[in-house]
Design a protein around this ligand. Structure first.
Ligand SMILES: Cc1cc2nc3c(=O)[nH]c(=O)nc-3n(C[C@H](O)[C@H](O)[C@H](O)COP(=O)(O)O)c2cc1C
Length: 213
């Protein structure tokens, strides 16, 4: 992947329960994202990557994975430069499925951009505040920007019609995400320390970075 290669953004569907609303919201995000043409965007549905409740004996920071499902999840996340977490709010918090998927890894999330699309009574704003703190704990760079979708005025049953303001919030959130994803890719390549590595040789997740624990 050379320096001109497009960045890769995963639009993560955080809820996994039957009859969830996550996919319809994520599909809208993907449609708008693809119209931009400024990055490679893909849906990443946690339901397609079923992980048991964290069962790794060693904390992810050591990157000594005992299970094949963890190694597979590691490869999936390592391949992206940034993320849109499409999330509901369960009891004022992010769904356990997303927290669990985050907890499985550490280095694969480091120095990557993340923004948030929430839906619920108050646009999942309380869940997203928590997600920002969780993102920092795995050394991601969370955005101030977010999209807050009202379960009352923008949903009619399962039909989702985003308001004009919601569309504007998404445009802004994606613009910030893509800009930061570029900057952070450069950082991961070593560009910010003056000893940039040859970009074509590097995958983001393979850069050895000494970190304070
Ligand atoms: C366990 C549970 C807890 C919930 N708690 C909240 C909440 O705290 N705030 C809120 O706005 N909606 C809450 N809801 C309603 C959800 O916003 C609504 O069910 C939404 O569709 C969930 O997203 P999903 O369909 O993708 O699972 C809750 C739903 C569930 C299942």
């Amino acid at each position: 992947m050379g320096p001109s290669a497009m960045i890769r953004i995963a639009i993560v569907i955080a809820s996994v329960r039957p009859q969830r609303r996550g996919p319809v919201v994520a599909q809208w995000v993907l449609n708008r994202a693809l119209e931009r043409g400024d990055a490679e965007y893909e849906l990443l549905d946690l339901a397609d990557h079923p992980l048991p409740m964290l069962d790794e004996p060693i904390q992810a920071v050591k990157q000594k994975y005992a299970h094949e499902h963890t190694r597979a999840w590691s490869k999936v996340i390592a391949a992206y430069d940034g993320f849109v977490f499409v999330t509901p709010e369960y009891n004022h918090a992010p769904p356990a499925s997303l927290k669990n998927a985050i907890d499985y890894l550490f280095h694969e999330w480091n120095d990557k951009a993340v923004t948030f699309v929430g839906y619920g009574a108050v646009g999942a704003t309380r869940a997203i505040e928590q997600l920002r703190l969780i993102a920092i704990a795995v050394d991601m760079v969370p955005s101030k920007a977010q999209v807050a979708i009202s379960a009352f005025s923008e949903f009619d049953g399962d039909d989702f019609t985003p308001a004009e303001r919601t569309e504007a919030m998404l445009t802004h959130a994606l613009s910030r995400l893509v800009a930061r994803a570029h900057a952070l890719r450069w950082l991961r390549l070593g560009g910010c320390t003056g000893d940039a590595l040859e970009p074509s040789l590097i995958r983001a997740s393979t850069i050895p970075v000494k970190r304070l624990q």
